[in-house]
Design a protein around this ligand. Structure first.
Ligand SMILES: [Zn+2]
Length: 477
């Protein structure tokens, strides 16, 4: 538990402090409680590496922790994406390039440093508590210490030989002749079959045997020659083939989300239109979104997503490298730096994408992609956070990717070996929203704590507190 300053914070500082307290799993308590108080202190500014080296400048006293105001500004810049919102650079897809990200600039994108700052705050608060009551909220459902989400973007449904041809051109440019002949052999062997459907079925079978549920992001617009040539919309979601895939995904108990097409970036009304259309086809609520080609204008696009009724976005990963774009392996709220206000949508940044290494780093061995996935999963586990993996179901030998399906199997097995809580992203976002809203309302004479859960945890899970030793304590009713 922790008492937070009630006055003297700018809106952005309040947002950053609330985020740190949430990531630290500390329970906010009323000012009358005999628990640790948090105070802000002034400190000369530092760069991110400087703050990391200085342990974020957090000071511990008896019943008090002090955190530099400058740390809150760093949190807003990185996790609030304020630095990206100030950047004027754009790449050919109108994206803020990774080179404008403050973590990439300091070579820190593989480390969720904002979450580590929050954990340092948790440790300092535990130390400062002494004999005072101390509680954290349990991180994830079922007593799990970290979480993982497996996600898929359905980019390819129709015209599969064209995708194979494009991939052969890419492999030829890389002089990967061994792979070219294997792709060609698989593609010819697939004539008369449907490698797209085989790819989807393969992923679904792997997940069914691992007993996990994933999230599938589906493009939902009407393709034209222009969208096809741009690599944007290439299939009609109402086609019998797309409907067949959706039915299979739904039958497996997986979540359906929207893969926002290029049009959504400028035409914000398209979000609601595509969402409604997808709900009609899928016959299920669509609560999450990820932008095709990671096309998002930070601080702007999230407003339109919120207005269209999405509860979470999962676009904030890097298109060209793997890592933690917002400095967190977790679900965090969004910030509009220009209007200086919170945006009412949660972000579950994706950590790792199959194609990041092959398309942009020249690494064509799928086993190496999988090793990278597991390295980042280990980091997410270290901070008790969430790892979000993105695997494209079209990565099959006939579509240009020999050895890819077994690499996805190895990724699932490697992640599950470390016992995360695995669920579709809507469940994880809902859990985090409920966990963030837990408040301590009283400390009873016997030292036990009364808690209030303003938001219900997703059924059948229960919010819990943990004591200073991390042992289960009170549960929400
Ligand atoms: Zn896509």
């Amino acid at each position: 538990m922790i008492k937070l300053p009630e006055v003297g914070l700018a809106a952005a500082e309040r947002f950053a402090l609330d985020m740190l307290v949430d990531l630290a799993r500390l329970v906010p308590a009323a000012p009358t409680f005999d628990v640790v108080s948090l105070e802000l202190r002034d400190h000369p500014p530092r760069d991110l590496r400087g703050w990391v080296a200085a342990g974020w400048g957090i000071e511990v006293g008896d019943g008090i922790v002090r955190i530099p105001r400058g740390v809150l500004h760093a949190v807003i810049d990185v996790a609030g994406a304020a630095a990206e919102q100030r950047a004027s650079e754009r790449d050919r897809y109108s994206r803020v390039p990774a080179s404008a990200n403050p973590l990439v600039r300091e070579g820190l994108e593989r480390d969720p440093i904002v979450q580590r700052a929050a954990l340092a705050l948790q440790t300092a608060t535990r130390k400062a508590a002494g004999r005072r009551a101390f509680r954290t909220v349990a991180a994830w459902p079922d007593g799990r210490r970290w979480a993982a989400a497996f996600t898929h973007d359905l980019d390819v449904v129709s015209w599969w030989p064209a995708f194979t041809a494009l991939r052969l051109v890419e492999l030829a440019a890389k002089r990967a002749f061994g792979r070219i002949s294997r792709v060609a052999a698989s593609a010819f062997g697939s004539l008369g079959f449907d490698p797209v459907f085989q790819g989807v079925t393969g992923v679904l079978n792997q997940e069914a045997s691992a007993r996990i549920h994933s999230t599938w992001f589906i493009l939902c617009g009407t393709p034209t020659l222009k969208t096809v040539r741009a690599g944007d919309l290439t299939y009609r979601p109402e086609s019998s083939k797309a409907r067949g895939i959706l039915a299979q995904v739904r039958a497996g108990g997986h979540e359906i989300g929207l893969h926002g097409s290029f049009a959504t970036l400028e035409d914000h009304g398209a979000f609601a239109e595509q969402r409604r259309r997808l709900e009609g086809i899928a016959g299920a609520p669509v609560r999450g979104i990820r932008q095709h080609y990671v096309r998002i204008h930070p601080g702007v696009t999230e407003h339109a997503m919120t207005a269209a009724g999405f509860i979470y976005d999962t676009t904030f990963g890097f298109p060209d490298r793997n890592g933690f774009r917002l400095g967190v392996a977790d679900v965090v709220p969004r910030w509009d730096a220009e209007r200086n206000q919170r945006i009412a949508i949660d972000e579950a940044p994706f950590t790792w994408m199959d194609r990041a290494l092959s398309k942009y780093r020249g690494v064509e061995d799928p086993a190496a992609w999988s090793r990278d996935a597991l390295e980042l999963a280990a980091t997410a586990r270290e901070v008790g956070g969430l790892w979000v993996g993105l695997w494209h179901p079209n990565l099959t030998p006939a579509l240009g990717f020999p050895d890819a399906p077994p690499a996805y199997g190895a990724t699932i097995a490697g992640v599950l070996a470390e016992s995360p809580f695995v669920a579709p992203l809507d469940t994880l976002a809902e859990w985090r929203r409920a966990r963030r809203a837990v408040r301590a309302t009283a400390i009873r004479p016997d030292g036990s704590v009364e808690l209030e859960a303003a938001v219900a945890a997703p059924s059948p899970f229960q919010l819990r507190l943990e004591d200073g030793a991390g042992k289960p304590a009170e549960a929400a009713r």
